[in-house]
Design a protein around this ligand. Structure first.
Ligand code: TXA
Ligand code: MG
Length: 314
C-alpha cells in the first residue's frame, strides 16, 4: 500500500472521512498529537488499529467526537463530567465514564468504561463530523515509539500500512491529552497531558493524580513502555548542574535538552520534545540528557514523558 500525505482541503477531509466510515484506518491531525482513526462502532476496523500499531489489545482506545452534545450517546455523564465538559471541551482533555452498550468492548479494551475526547482542532472535528461515526484514535505511532507531532512522523512509523495521513501541520501542543476519570465526586488524573492539573483544579476542585508514581494502575496504558526513542534517555533535576556534569562524564555521544522554568518556554519544550526524540534517532545520537522542567502546569506532563522515555515507572 502506498501511503499518501493529504493536505487540509475539503475534498481530502471528505475522502479520509469516507475511508473511516467504510471500515478503513487513516491518520489525522489533532492539536495534541496525530491520531490513527477508525469507526468506533466497527469491530473489524478497531482490530486493524491494534494490528497496525502493534498495540496490546487490553489497552483501550479514546473515542473522538465532533461535539459535546453527542457525549451522552456513548457514555453515562456525571455532574462532575458536565463541569469538566463545560470548562474544557473541546480541548486537550479526555474523560473516562461508564460506557453505553453501543461502545464495543474492542474499543474499551474489555472495560465497562469509555474514554471520550473532542479535539479543539477544527480539522479533526470536521473529519469526525463528515465520517458520521464516533472515531477511535490512538496516537498514530508504532506502539512504544514517541507520539507523532508532524505528518512526516506518522509516515516514518506507518509507511505502507495505511492509505492516508490528513496533514494539519505541526501539532500545537505536542503532548497527548490529559486523561481524567470523571465517574466519582472528584477528578482522578489517569494520565498527565496537554491540560494542566492546576487549571483543572481551579475549574472543578481537587484533582487526585493516580495514574502513575507507584500508585495502582488504573489506566491500562500506564503499564506499558512509552514514548521511547532508540537513544537512551537520562534526566536530571531542573537547574542541577552537578548532576548534569556527572551525566556528561558518563557518556560520549550525547545531546542535552535544557529544561524550562518559565511557562511560555515550557510550551515550546512540550511542542518539540517528541520531534527532538525522533530527530535524535535519525541522527544516530546514542544518549539524550534531558533536564526536567519545573513541576508545574504543562511542565509536569513534560517531566512525566521524559521519565517514561527513560524507562522509569512513573
Ligand atoms: O491526545 C490524545 O489523547 C491522542 C489524540 C490522537 O487524541 N490520543 C492518544 O491515544 O493519546 P492513546 O491510545 O495513545 O492513549 C490513550 C490513553 C491510554 O493511556 C489508555 O490506557 C487510556 O487513554 N484510556 C483509554 N480508555 C480508557 C479507559 N476506559 N479507562 C482508563 N484509561 C483509558
Ligand atoms: Mg499513544
Amino acid at each position: 500500500m502506498n501511503t499518501k500525505i493529504l493536505q487540509n482541503t475539503k475534498e481530502n477531509i471528505e475522502l479520509v472521512a469516507k475511508v473511516i466510515k467504510n471500515g478503513g484506518v487513516a491518520a489525522f491531525f489533532t492539536e495534541t498529537v496525530y491520531g490513527l482513526g477508525a469507526n468506533a462502532l466497527d469491530m473489524g476496523a478497531i482490530k486493524k488499529i491494534y494490528e497496525i500499531k502493534g498495540r496490546p489489545s487490553d489497552n483501550p482506545l479514546i473515542v473522538h467526537l465532533d461535539c459535546v452534545s453527542k457525549i451522552d450517546e456513548y457514555a453515562v455523564t456525571t455532574d462532575l463530567a458536565k463541569a469538566v465538559i463545560k470548562a474544557f471541551m473541546p480541548g486537550a482533555v479526555t474523560i473516562v465514564l461508564d460506557k453505553r452498550d453501543i461502545i464495543p468492548y474492542e474499543a474499551s479494551g474489555g472495560l465497562e468504561t469509555v474514554a471520550i475526547r473532542i479535539p479543539k482542532s477544527g480539522l479533526a472535528r470536521e473529519l469526525i463530523r463528515h465520517s458520521g461515526v464516533p472515531v477511535v484514535a490512538p496516537s498514530a505511532n508504532t506502539s512504544t515509539r514517541p507520539s507523532p507531532t508532524k505528518a512526516s512522523h506518522v509516515l516514518d512509523d506507518l509507511d505502507g500500512k495505511i492509505e492516508f495521513i490528513l496533514d494539519g501541520g505541526d501539532c500545537e501542543i505536542g503532548l497527548e491529552s490529559t486523561v481524567l476519570d470523571c465517574r466519582g465526586e472528584t477528578v482522578k488524573v489517569l494520565r498527565l497531558g496537554g491540560l494542566g492539573v492546576e487549571e483543572i483544579e481551579t475549574a472543578v476542585g481537587k484533582a487526585e493524580i493516580v495514574g502513575f508514581d507507584g500508585g495502582a494502575v488504573r489506566s491500562p496504558g500506564q503499564k506499558y513502555k512509552h514514548y521511547s526513542p532508540n537513544a537512551k534517555v537520562v534526566w536530571y533535576h531542573n537547574g542541577d548542574e552537578e548532576q548534569l556534569k556527572r551525566l556528561k562524564s558518563e557518556y560520549d555521544d550525547y545531546i542535552v535538552l535544557n529544561g524550562m522554568d518559565n511557562m511560555e518556554a515550557i510550551e515550546n519544550y512540550a511542542r518539540e520534545l517528541f520531534a527532538v526524540f525522533r530527530a535524535a534517532d535519525k541522527a544516530g545520537v546514542k544518549v539524550i540528557i534531558c533536564e526536567l522542567c519545573i513541576d508545574k502546569g504543562l511542565g509536569r506532563a513534560v517531566n512525566n514523558r521524559i521519565k517514561k522515555a527513560a524507562g522509569n515507572k512513573v
